[in-house]
Every structure is written in structure tokens, then in C-alpha cells.
Design a protein around this ligand. Structure first.
Ligand SMILES: Cc1cc2nc3c(=O)[nH]c(=O)nc-3n(C[C@H](O)[C@H](O)[C@H](O)COP(=O)(O)OP(=O)(O)OC[C@H]3O[C@@H](n4cnc5c(N)ncnc54)[C@H](O)[C@@H]3O)c2cc1C
Length: 421
């Protein structure tokens, strides 16, 4: 049976970062990826997606993107970046190998890792299978309802959808970008907007990612109450611009509140649209306030931008919101659910999950010795599931694996004497 010290499951950015840090500790390891390197960037994202952060920031510390630093790389460039990175660090990645089961060995330390290409024995398993694994579609509309239903991870481009209007449910980064693309392609679009944060793309000449950095927010280690679930509407599309829902409404999109229920061909929406938008504004304005305070206290020479505080008036779809929509009458042929993802560790047997199957861990170190996680949302801080943040978390996890490896390698005085004799 093949043996190695650490098996890393998943060859996305998290798995590659793990490999770099394990190598720097000289820990023998394998990265197993069921498809290709950074596969999700290739086949689980829409065609026109670009990174949410500019290239100077959304990257690993030891390699730049080939585009300009302030550009937002397209998804294929992101995938290529990781392929090149894996090559550069000589990551021992096996692609096309799926891990079907990993379970502790009986009566001794280590794991039996069953794969589509044989069994591997390892001391340690690192789950790097992604923060966004299994698409969630809330059970609102029956599968046999006369409308196409699709999750955002299956959406590629407008031409893929049947002719007709589209209801996009969810106004986080995915939903709002897809809704705008559909509207621009000539579709009538309804966008269901729930609670969200809506940071400025840039302010006073600095991108939002820079502000999060200097304000210390990337390092926030505990999500504000409920923040794990508050979606963030931010986009790098068209060179990067602040999401302004009212502007989209003025261009022809119909905004509706949170999608609540479906009955007899009719969708019902909560009467919370205005409230959600106003709370999104409050979040937006709070970032401007904090940025202004930082400029003042640091005497920074950044040009004032008072016009950033101009928020358009509420359009009719906000002041007089649609609460019930007959899908057929509105010509809606597709419901596009941009409603997020769940984790799925069905393949990893360990005593370290809560009652919803979510990992119990401290900065990626699980409660089962030898099992580690990497790339989880808020694994150690806000930046954890993002490209640049996962690299730093991987360093910590590799350090912990190295520490445990040293303990296991320790030999007591008696053992040393026996070996010397
Ligand atoms: C639409 C969208 C846009 C995003 N944009 C950005 C952005 O611009 N900037 C940013 O920093 N972050 C972004 N993110 C967040 C995050 O960076 C990505 O989700 C990223 O793909 C996470 O990388 P990862 O390596 O942790 O996981 P993944 O990319 O999900 O990689 C996990 C890998 O594990 C493999 N795998 C899973 N199960 C098994 C198994 N049993 N055996 C073997 N292999 C397995 C999968 O094939 C996959 O390749 C975005 C997320 C989404 C959904």
C-alpha cells in the first residue's frame, strides 16, 4: 500500500497553499484532486466571471498575475495562475483522483484513504475541498413546477437559458452580477434582494480590499453576529464598480424582497425590500465613515470623494414593491437560485462535526487528531476563504502538522540508547 505523511484532498487554491507550506517543512505529502487543478474556477463559475478583488491583492505572496496589478483577472486566468503556481513550487498533485473515503486506522495512528486510484495510508488528512461545495436551492418551488430552476453554479451565460424573463433569487456577488448580465442581454429580470452588505468598490482612490486591510478588517477573527450569513454584493466586473441596486432598477431591473413562498404558479416576496436596501446603504456609508476617520487620524493624502455619499432615490419598485408575482403572467421561464452553498464532508470519517455536519475546529485543527481543514469561511479570520487569506491559514495548519510530526518522532532516552547500541 502506498504511504505518505499527509494527504491533502482538493487541488484548488487551498490545496496548493497547503502543499507549499508542507514542502517548506519537508513533510512528504500528496495532493489529490478529482478533476483538474482549480477546477471550480473553470467549470463551476459563469463564463464572464472575473475575480472580486484586484490582481495585486487577490493572489499568493510569491507570484503576481500576468495582468496589471489593478485589473480583475478573469476566471480562466485565475485557474491558470494556480496551475503555474503548482508547477513553480513542484506541488505533488495527482489530478483525476477522487477521494471516496478517509477513515482512522484501527488501533494505530493514521488514516486509510480510499481513492478512485487505490488506497493510501497517511498520518494526516487535510480537507481542502472548498468553502463552497454543494449548491443549495431552498425547497420553495417544487421540482415539477413549470419553470426551469438552476443554481448559480450551473449558470454559464444568458444564451443557456430558455427564452423569457428570469427571476434571480439572491443578491450577493453572484446573484447581482448574473442579474445584470441577463438584463444587458435583453432579458426582463426580477432580482430578489435579501439582507446584504454592499461595500464601495473604491473610495478616495483606494480599492475596498485596501480599505479592509488598513482598517484591520481582513484580520477580524470573529464574524459579527450573523455576519457569516450576510451576503456581500461586490464585483470586479467592468473594471470594478460599486453595486447600486437602485441604479439597476432605473435601468429596467425589477427589484423584489426576499423570496418567501410559491403556490399555484405565484411567487410571494417579503415586504422587506426597502429595509434591506437601507441596511445595505448603512453598511456602505459606515465603510465611508471609517475610511474618512482613518484619513483624518493618519493625515493621509487621499482625495475627498463627497459624491460617493449620493444615493439615488428609491425607484417605484422599492416604494411600491411587488409582493406577489404570477410567474407565467410575468413571462418568467427561469428561476436562477444564487442562494449559496453547503459543506459536505461525507467522505471524511471523523468525530469533529456539529449537528449540521459543519467541522468543529480551531483555526483548521479539528477535534480528531490528524484531521485538518483548510479554506473554510472564517476559518481564522474574514480573509480565510479568499485567495490571499487561505495562504496564511495554510501556513498555520502546516505548522501544526509539523509540530505533531515532531512529537511523534521524539524518542525517549531508553529508545535512543537502544538504537545507539
Ligand atoms: C462565484 C464565486 C466567485 C468567487 N470569487 C472570488 C474572488 O474573486 N476572489 C477570492 O479570493 N475568492 C473568490 N471566491 C471564493 C473562493 O476563493 C473560491 O470559492 C475558491 O474556489 C476556493 O478555493 P478552495 O481551494 O478552498 O476550494 P475549491 O476551489 O472549491 O477547491 C476544492 C477542490 O477540491 C476538489 N475535491 C472536492 N472533493 C474532492 C474529493 N473527494 N476528492 C478529490 N478532490 C476533491 C474539487 O474538485 C476542487 O477542485 C469565489 C467564490 C465563488 C463561489
Amino acid at each position: 500500500m502506498e504511504k505518505t505523511h499527509t494527504v491533502v484532498v482538493g487541488g484548488g487554491q487551498a490545496g496548493i497553499a497547503m502543499s507549499e507550506h508542507l514542502s517548506s517543512h519537508n513533510i512528504p505529502h500528496l495532493v489529490l484532486e478529482r478533476h483538474r487543478i482549480a477546477e471550480r474556477w473553470r467549470s463551476e463559475r459563469w463564463d464572464s466571471l472575473v475575480a472580486n478583488g484586484p490582481a495585486w491583492h487577490d493572489r499568493f505572496p510569491n507570484r503576481d498575475f500576468s495582468c496589471g496589478p489593478d485589473d480583475f483577472p478573469d476566471k480562466e486566468s485565475v485557474a491558470e495562475y494556480f496551475v503555474a503556481y503548482a508547477r513553480k513550487i513542484g506541488a505533488p498533485i495527482r489530478t483525476g483522483v477522487e477521494v471516496t473515503r478517509a477513515a482512522p486506522l484501527d488501533g494505530r495512528q493514521g488514516f486509510r484513504v480510499e481513492t478512485s486510484d487505490g488506497v493510501i495510508e497517511a498520518q494526516t488528512v487535510v480537507a481542502a475541498t472548498g468553502p463552497f461545495q454543494r449548491p443549495i436551492i431552498p425547497p420553495i418551488v417544487p421540482q415539477d413546477a413549470p419553470v426551469t430552476q438552476m443554481h448559480s453554479n450551473a449558470y454559464r451565460n444568458p444564451g443557456q437559458l430558455p427564452q423569457g424573463a428570469v427571476l434571480v433569487v439572491g443578491a450577493g456577488s453572484s446573484g447581482v452580477q448574473i442579474a445584470e448580465e441577463l438584463m444587458r442581454s435583453g432579458r426582463q429580470v426580477y432580482l430578489s434582494v435579501g439582507p446584504h452588505d454592499r461595500p464601495p468598490r473604491s473610495y478616495r482612490g483606494r480599492d475596498f480590499v485596501w480599505w479592509l486591510g488598513v482598517l484591520g478588517k481582513w484580520n477580524a477573527d470573529t464574524p459579527a453576529a450573523g455576519a457569516e450569513h450576510v451576503t456581500i454584493a461586490v464585483s470586479g466586473a467592468d473594471g470594478g464598480k460599486t453595486i447600486e441596486f437602485r441604479k439597476l432598477a432605473n435601468q429596467g431591473m425589477t427589484l423584489v424582497g426576499r423570496t418567501e413562498s410559491y403556490r399555484d404558479g405565484k411567487m410571494r416576496f417579503a415586504p422587506d425590500l426597502a429595509d434591506n436596501l437601507h441596511k445595505g446603504d448603512a453598511n456602505y456609508l459606515s465603510v465611508l465613515d471609517e475610511a474618512d476617520a482613518w484619513v483624518t487620524s493618519n493625515g493621509a493624502d487621499l482625495p475627498p470623494e463627497p459624491q460617493a455619499r449620493d444615493i439615488p432615490a428609491d425607484p417605484p419598485c422599492v416604494t411600491d414593491p411587488v409582493l406577489e408575482l404570477d410567474l407565467a403572467q410575468a413571462g418568467i421561464t427561469t428561476i436562477l437560485w444564487a442562494t449559496g452553498y453547503a459543506l459536505d464532508y461525507g467522505w471524511l470519517q471523523a468525530d469533529t462535526y456539529d449537528d449540521r455536519g459543519r467541522p468543529l475546529h480551531t483555526r483548521g485543527v479539528s477535534r480528531t487528531p490528524g484531521v485538518y481543514f483548510i479554506g473554510l469561511p472564517w476559518q481564522s479570520r474574514r480573509g480565510s476563504s479568499f485567495i490571499w487569506g487561505v495562504w496564511h491559514d495554510a501556513k498555520y495548519v502546516a505548522d501544526q502538522i509539523a509540530i505533531q510530526r515532531d512529537y511523534m518522532a521524539y524518542q525517549g532516552a531508553e529508545q535512543r540508547q537502544q538504537e545507539d547500541a
